[in-house]
Design a protein around this ligand. Structure first.
Ligand code: FMN
Length: 325
């Protein structure tokens, strides 16, 4: 248990922001597995300021039983603060704001936003300060260890963020240049939490309960973030919580995985409508079958044939029919 501002986080698992995945339907589905905190995918400050219709949909969500933040990205303290004020008017269900200082994608970094901000630790602090002045809600930040291997400056960035009054920091121990490949540099984060004054969340290749335990042990962090490892494997979250509650960990059955796959599809359809949801789902549905026997052909069909919910039901039923379940 830890706190960001006045919000109590009940356990050691945070649901990561993932553009194109962590939509309100995804968060609703994942919430039943018990993350202690969740956040939207990144939302452009200028998109909100210009009133972009699609950008606004990221900020529209209903209250879950878990504190939920909006993650903003931009390159200027004034505009990020302005965009938070727009969010305040749009949605009373926002519990906190997170600032994206971690996105490595060129489209974002070339504008000076995302992990490009790490090049200027002082600016990182100024953004937090401006946001804190604009809202009474907690303000958190998500960073990487640095822009490239010659500029590993996360300790300096953390110092500036803490000075500015940040309420929690999440760190993904890869550089911008490393994108999402290779192994996270956990060795650089050894005992990091003991050097910090605010809660620390760590993110990077958390695919198993063991990965989570190890990352927490090395860093002393308050929580781990579940990103790619939770897509198609939602029980990773409840299993990490069970581990820390000294409860027995159970692997899901094939039937349960199929039921989860159908349930998330329904949540996404409710959120986005069938056509868009099923298009998005071609890249997600297959993940529920990862590691399951004889799933290769079915996975390739899911990634190409999904148009309607009934396609999903039919393909999964065909898969199921080969087992005695
Ligand atoms: C498809 C995708 C989209 C992502 N979008 C965001 C985002 O919008 N904001 C953010 O802070 N991080 C984003 N991330 C980074 C994740 O939150 C996480 O830190 C990263 O994937 C490392 O964790 P993992 O190795 O366990 O996946 C994204 C990652 C992926 C794979």
């Amino acid at each position: 248990m830890f706190k960001i501002g006045n919000i109590t986080i009940a356990n050691k698992v945070v649901l990561a922001p993932m553009a194109g995945i962590t939509s309100s339907g995804y968060r609703k589905f994942m919430s039943q597995f018990g993350p202690g905190l969740c956040v939207t995918e990144m939302v452009s400050d200028m998109g909100l300021i210009y009133g972009n219709k699609e950008t606004k949909t990221y900020v529209e969500f209903e209250k879950l039983n878990i504190p939920t933040g909006v993650q903003l990205f931009g390159n200027s303290p004034e505009n990020i603060a302005k965009s938070a004020l727009i969010c305040e008017k749009m949605n009373p269900n926002i519990d906190y704001y997170d600032i994206n200082m971690a996105c490595p994608v060129n489209k974002v970094t070339k504008t000076g936003a995302g992990s490009s901000l790490l090049k200027n630790p002082q600016l990182c602090g100024e953004i937090v300060k401006a946001l804190k002045a604009a809202t009474h809600k907690p303000v958190t930040a998500k960073i990487r260890i640095g822009f490239d291997s010659k500029h590993i400056n996360f300790t300096e960035v953390i110092e500036e963020l803490e000075k500015a009054g940040v309420d929690m920091i999440a760190i993904h121990p890869r550089t911008t240049k490393e994108m999402y490949g290779g192994l996270p540099h956990w060795e650089l984060l050894k005992d990091l939490r003991s050097k910090m004054s605010v809660p620390l969340v760590v993110s990077g290749n958390i695919f198993t309960v063991e990965d989570a335990v190890k990352a927490l042990e090395i860093t002393g962090a308050d929580a781990v973030m579940i990103a790619r490892g939770g897509v198609g494997n939602p029980r990773l979250i409840s299993n990490i919580n069970k581990y820390f509650a000294n409860e027995e960990i159970e692997s899901p059955t094939i039937n349960e995985q199929i039921d989860y796959c159908l349930e998330l599809a329904r949540d996404l359809i409710e959120e986005k409508g069938e056509e868009i949801a099923m298009r998005v789902y071609r890249g997600i549905a297959t993940r529920f079958l990862d590691g399951l026997p004889n799933s290769k052909q079915i996975k390739s069909r899911l990634s190409t044939e999904l148009v309607k919910y009934e396609d999903l039901v039919r393909i999964l039923n065909e898969y199921k029919s080969q087992f005695d379940i």
